[in-house]
Design a protein around this ligand. Structure first.
Ligand SMILES: Nc1ncnc2c1ncn2[C@@H]1O[C@H](COP(=O)(O)OP(=O)(O)O)[C@@H](O)[C@H]1O
Ligand SMILES: [Mg+2]
Length: 232
């Protein structure tokens, strides 16, 4: 498993050791306390889609290392570099526009760890009761990290909730999507269009299109970071 060093402490990002016009990467953790909700899939497919126009570094913070295995298998030279604009952090961080952190299903310390390193959290949620319960628990963890006066991360924001593994043929699924939207409206969080359940997802070339709305939101954040670095 790759070493999990941070590029630099959050509090110094963009200020020390970085030319004024070079923006810090936008760091997004993909997190949910349940397993099997498409965290790793979302990290990979979103990363691939974003790497069309941005430099994307993926980080595997899940000790089961599934993302690491996927990348190692697909990397043409057997390293962790998929293309010049898409790689998994293997040792030291490399200059990137976006860092996507895949996290493990956990409520406690390790989930916190991944949230401490992030500017934003993307929460994948399949339209099922347990996962929606999990979403509420996840939001409590986010709030706890944000408001922890000692060693928390007050900069953490929710990028959005991403309904995953959605099958529109199932009335139950349609009803639970409405429930997720209601939670989003109540908490003033963005709910992205659902990602359909499809066959052979990771290798599917069309999968990237499903993630286009999330990718657009991330690109807007990168543009903002660039504009701030340029003017600040
Ligand atoms: N859109 C999708 N359609 C079909 N299968 C999917 C989709 N997204 C994820 N999967 C499958 O669901 C399972 C769990 O996904 P994974 O990304 O490993 O979840 P997590 O990282 O949250 O544990 C995997 O077998 C994955 O291939
Ligand atoms: Mg995973």
């Amino acid at each position: 498993m790759p070493t999990l060093t941070l590029a630099e402490p959050l509090s110094t990002r963009g200020r020390i050791g970085r030319a004024a016009h070079v923006p810090a990467p936008v760091t997004i953790t993909v997190a949910h306390n349940k397993g099997g909700v498409a965290k790793t899939t979302s990290t990979f497919v979103l990363g691939k889609h974003l790497s069309r126009s941005l430099r994307v570094e993926m980080v595997d913070l899940d000790r089961t290392s599934y993302l690491t295995e996927v990348v190692a298998q697909l990397a043409p030279r057997g390293d962790f570099i998929l293309t010049p604009r898409l790689w998994l952090r293997a040792d030291e961080p490399r200059p990137a526009d976006v860092i996507l952190i895949d996290s493990e299903p956990a409520r406690e310390q390790y989930a916190r760890e991944a949230l401490l390193r992030a500017d934003y959290v993307l929460i994948p949620v399949p339209p099922e009761p347990l996962c929606i319960k999990g979403l509420e628990l996840m939001l409590e963890v986010v709030e706890a990290v944000r408001t922890d006066p000692q060693g928390g991360n007050p900069f953490l924001q929710v990028l959005g909730v991403l309904p995953t593994l959605y099958d529109q043929r199932w009335p139950n699924h349609r009803a639970w999507i409405e429930e997720i939207k209601a939670i989003g409206a109540e908490r003033r969080m963005r709910v992205f269009p659902p990602i359909p359940r499809r066959q052979s997802y990771t290798t599917l070339s069309m999968a990237g299109q499903d993630y286009a709305p999330v990718a657009d939101a991330v690109r807007a954040l990168v543009r903002d970071a660039r504009a701030r670095a340029h003017h600040g």
